[in-house]
Design a protein around this ligand. Structure first.
Ligand code: NAD
Length: 346
C-alpha cells in the first residue's frame, strides 16, 4: 500500500547529513547553527525548559533532551559511553525529532551524531565569541576524540584562532586529529602533556571522556586571562577540572538547573554564583570584564541547542535531495478507522 503524503516524515540519514555538511561546508554550517542558537538564546524565556532525563547504568548514560517554543517541539536521544571506543563504538551517538505543536505530527527525523558534534562546537565558539580574550590566536585542545576537530574548526571560524595545541592520553587520537586538520589552515602542534598543550594558549578546551572525577587541568596550570571551554564533564560524577580552578573563575553556564547536576559546578556549593549565557547574549549580564579574569564555560549541552540545530537542518534540506520521505505515521482514510487500515493491508 502506498503511503499518503500525511504519512511521510523527512528523514536525514547519516549519509545524507554528511552530504549536507559537505554541500554547505563544515565551518559555514557550524557558524550558521551558532547564529540560530544565538537567536534562540535571545528568546530563552519562550522555551519550555527542563534538565535532560537521564538513565544511568554502570556502562554509561542514555538521555532524552526535550524542549518546545510553543510552535515546534524537539527532542534528542543521546548516549554517553566512554568505554565504547575500546569496543569499536562511538562514545556519543544521537538522533532527534522535530514536531509541529499544533498537530503533534513529527516534521523531521534525523541522525544527530554528526549534528551534535556541529552544535556542540557551534555553542562552544558562540560562547567563546562573548568570553574569550580579544585577539586570542591559540587554543589548547585536550582530548582529541570525536568532537575535537569540530571544536578546532569552530574556534577558527568564529573566534579567529590560527593555532591549536593538541593533547590526548592516547597519542593515536592526537595523530588522528592532527591528520584530519591538515589543510584546514590551522597550525597544528601535537603535545606530549596537558602542560605542554596549554603553553601560550588563550583558550583551553577540555573534551575528554571518562566516567569519573578526572583532573585534566590542575590549578597551577591555569594562568590569568584565559578562557576555559570545558565540555567533557557532563554527567553526575564526571568532571574534568580541579575545584580550585572553579573558585578562581567566573563561571558561565547554559541552564543552571541542569549544570548543577551534571557540570563542573557539581563540585561547588549549590548556591555558588554562575552566569547564564542567554543573559550575556542579551546584554543583561556581563561577559568578560578584563584581561586578567579567568572565564569558564561549564558546558554540558542543553536541549535548546539541539532544537536550534534541528530547525536549521529542517530549513537546510528543503528543496534538496538530502533526505528521504519515511513512511512513519499511520494515515487511515477515516482517522478513526485505524483497524480498518490494518485489515485492508492484509
Ligand atoms: N558539553 C556538550 O555539549 C557535549 C557534547 C558532546 C560530547 N560531550 C562530552 O565530551 C566528551 C568527549 O566526547 P567525544 O565524543 O569526543 O569522546 P571520545 O571518546 O571520542 O574522545 C574522548 C577522548 O578523551 C581522551 N581522554 C580521556 N582521558 C583523558 C585525559 N585524562 N587526558 C587527555 N585525554 C583524555 C580519550 O583518549 C579520547 O581520545 C565526552 O565526555 C562527551 O560526553 C559533551
Amino acid at each position: 500500500m502506498q503511503p499518503s503524503d500525511k504519512a511521510l516524515v523527512p528523514f536525514v540519514s547519516v549519509d545524507n547529513m554528511m552530504r549536507l555538511i559537505h554541500h554547505i561546508g563544515v565551518e559555514r554550517m557550524i557558524t550558521e547553527i551558532a547564529a540560530q542558537i544565538e537567536d534562540d538564546f535571545k528568546r530563552w524565556e519562550s522555551f519550555d525548559k527542563t534538565p535532560r532525563i537521564p538513565a544511568h547504568s554502570p556502562h554509561g548514560v542514555i538521555e532524552l533532551m526535550p524542549t518546545s517554543d510553543g510552535e515546534a517541539y524537539g527532542f534528542k536521544y543521546v548516549n554517553g559511553h566512554p568505554k565504547n571506543t575500546s569496543e569499536g563504538l562511538q562514545t556519543v551517538t544521537a538522533f532527534g525529532l522535530l514536531a509541529d505543536v499544533y498537530t503533534g505530527y513529527p516534521t523531521l527525523l534525523t541522525e544527530m551524531t554528526m549534528l551534535t558534534a556541529l552544535r556542540t562546537a557551534a555553542t562552544s565558539a558562540l560562547v567563546g565569541k562573548y568570553l574569550a580574550p580579544k585577539n586570542a590566536s591559540t587554543m589548547a585542545m585536550i582530548g582529541n576524540g570525536a568532537q575535537s576537530e569540530f571544536q578546532c574548526l569552530a574556534f577558527k571560524a568564529m573566534c579567529g584562532i590560527d593555532t591549536v595545541r593538541l593533547y590526548d592520553i592516547e597519542s593515536a587520537a592526537t595523530a588522528k586529529c592532527a591528520a584530519n586538520l591538515q589543510g584546514t589552515g590551522l597550525n597544528v602542534l601535537s603535545c606530549r602533556s596537558a602542560e605542554e598543550a596549554i603553553e601560550g594558549a588563550q583558550i583551553i578546551t577540555t573534551c575528554t571522556a571518562d566516567k569519573k572525577y578526572a583532573t585534566i587541568l590542575t590549578d597551577n596550570m591555569v594562568g590569568p586571562g584565559v578562557h576555559i571551554n570545558a565540555i567533557g564533564g557532563d554527567c553526575p560524577g564526571k568532571t574534568e577540572l580541579h575545584r580550585d580552578i572553579l573558585l578562581r573563575s567566573d563561571i558561565f553556564v547554559e541552564y543552571p538547573e541542569q549544570t548543577r547536576i551534571e557540570g563542573e559546578i557539581q563540585a561547588l556549593d549549590p548556591d555558588h554564583p554562575v552566569t547564564e549565557m542567554w543573559q550575556v547574549i542579551t546584554g543583561q549580564a556581563e561577559g568578560r570584564r578584563d584581561d586578567r579574569q579567568i572565564t569558564l564555560f561549564d558546558s554540558v549541552g542543553f536541549a535548546i541547542e539541539d532544537f536550534s540545530a534541528l530547525r536549521y537542518v529542517k530549513r537546510a534540506i528543503e528543496g534538496t535531495e538530502f533526505f528521504e520521505p519515511l513512511d512513519m505515521l499511520a494515515d487511515p482514510d477515516d482517522p478513526r478507522d485505524l483497524f480498518g487500515m490494518l485489515m485492508r493491508a492484509k
